[in-house]
Design a protein around this ligand. Structure first.
Ligand code: TYD
Length: 222
């Protein structure tokens, strides 16, 4: 049976990677084969493109060119990592995916939604997430959390944007959650971390029953 594809989305500092890791651990304790990954990146080719984007060297090319770069990275990630894992029955947990392109480059970057949809059709095709958690915190709070996390190291290409950009991102993610309620579950990520993790776990159990997933000793380690 094909594995489940679960993505985590939201603005900066919303705790996506923490909660992806917590869900991965919990699923593994049930013997579910899990591969935890992230975008941009997650495969060799995509990690190289990640560096090009987040260093800011592609910024002068404009948001449309950045959308194309994210799509190219995603194409490699899907071909070499995500689809093969799903086919083996491994569950893939991905920190950011195509919704980030819709919101960062589409909503906040003003790239024509038709271009975003076309890229998604070409690159993602049928490999759509089964479930997407949208972690929500007020933009200013998220920026504060992200700054604390990175400490002395400098802000990346998107962390460096002004508060108004991050507020636009938040609105974009809220809109997405409202428009696709069957796939997207909105989570109030200002709640205590354990409560957020519990809500995510409960949702996963309601949607899919991990105890019936085939055990994957090999996949559980990946
Ligand atoms: P990362 O360090 O992984 O940040 P975060 O912890 O916030 O996920 O950096 C990824 C950045 O790239 C983040 O600012 C969001 C942005 N991004 C896009 O703009 N479009 C995309 O399609 C993706 C996947 C990420």
């Amino acid at each position: 049976m094909r594995g489940r594809f679960i993505t985590f989305e939201g603005g900066e500092g919303t705790g996506k990677s923490t909660h992806a890791a917590r869900l991965a651990e919990r699923l593994k304790s049930f013997g579910v084969g899990v591969h935890q990954t992230r975008e941009p990146g997650g495969s060799l080719g995509a990690e190289i493109i990640r560096y090009v984007i987040l260093s800011g060297v592609a910024k002068p090319l404009g948001a449309e060119a950045e959308a194309v770069l994210f799509a190219a990275a995603r194409n490699d990630h899907l071909d070499t990592v995500i689809r093969p894992a799903l086919q083996r029955g491994v569950w893939v947990l991905c920190d950011r995916f195509a919704d980030s392109t819709r919101v960062y480059q589409g909503v906040a970057g003003n790239v024509d939604p038709r271009s975003i949809r076309a890229l998604e059709r070409i690159v993602v095709g049928d490999t759509k997430p089964d479930l997407t958690f949208i972690l929500d915190v007020p933009a200013a709070e998220g920026m504060k959390r992200a700054a604390m996390r990175r400490g002395a190291s400098g802000a990346d290409r998107f962390e460096d944007e002004a508060l108004a950009f991050h507020e636009k991102l938040r609105d974009g993610f809220l809109m997405l959650a409202a428009n696709e309620p069957s796939r997207c579950v909105l989570i109030d990520a200002t709640a205590p971390r354990d409560d957020v993790a519990e809500q995510i776990w409960r949702t996963v159990n309601e949607r899919f029953d991990p105890s019936t997933a085939p055990a994957h000793l090999e996949g559980a380690a990946s």
